[in-house]
Design a protein. Structure first.
Length: 188
């Protein structure tokens, strides 16, 4: 695992060969972070990384200025690796939750985030429900960005706040940008 940009740029961590995670490729990660950078400023944001896997996305967000990143990972071996990397980097901004993403989403305290990234297993049966759950639970703040990595078989373009679809090699990202709702005042 390699951190592409920011203050931990070029740091590498050896991921155990026994890992079952499918990490986002460096090519796709570099490109999607270029897109993110052009949409929002990561400095001091609060972010959520669902299906954290190796922690690659979480550490990239912290490296690029996010104040805090909550990383949710169910697999104990993967969560232990994320904790190990955090202890080496000493970011101070990582909150690791060892648990199921869907349980987290259903029981999440009323906290919202500026940036949410989800990279579920591509064969996950509940994958199409993730955007709806995040939007229903109001986890994304106004002007917040939600990115879902998924296989090409899915099309999320009809969902609320859909913003863009990006493809880098075999990696697909659907981006959702929550625009603030401004009520128009009328004089009576």
């Amino acid at each position: 695992m390699r951190i592409i940009g920011g203050k931990y740029k070029r740091r590498r961590f050896q991921v155990p060969s026994s890992f079952k995670a499918r990490p986002t490729t460096d090519f796709a990660k570099e490109n999607i972070f270029n897109v993110i950078h052009n949409i929002i400023d990561l400095e001091d944001l609060e972010a959520l990384d669902l299906f954290a896997g190796t922690g690659s996305i979480a550490f990239e967000m912290l490296s690029r200025g996010c104040r805090t990143v909550t990383a949710v990972e169910k697999n104990n071996m993967h969560a232990s690796f994320i904790a190990k990397v955090e202890s080496e980097l000493k970011t101070g901004g990582l909150k690791l939750i060892r648990g199921d993403v869907f349980r987290y989403l259903s029981t999440a305290k009323p906290q919202s985030f500026d940036l949410i990234f989800a990279d579920p297993p591509y064969d996950l049966e509940e994958l199409p429900k993730i955007p709806q759950l995040i939007l229903e639970k109001d986890l994304l703040r106004d002007e917040g960005l939600f990115i879902l990595e998924h296989p090409k078989t899915y099309d999320f373009s009809t969902l609320p706040f859909f913003f863009q679809h990006r493809v880098y090699g075999s990696v697909n990202f659907s981006l959702f940008l929550k625009e603030s709702i401004k009520e128009e005042k009328t004089d009576a």
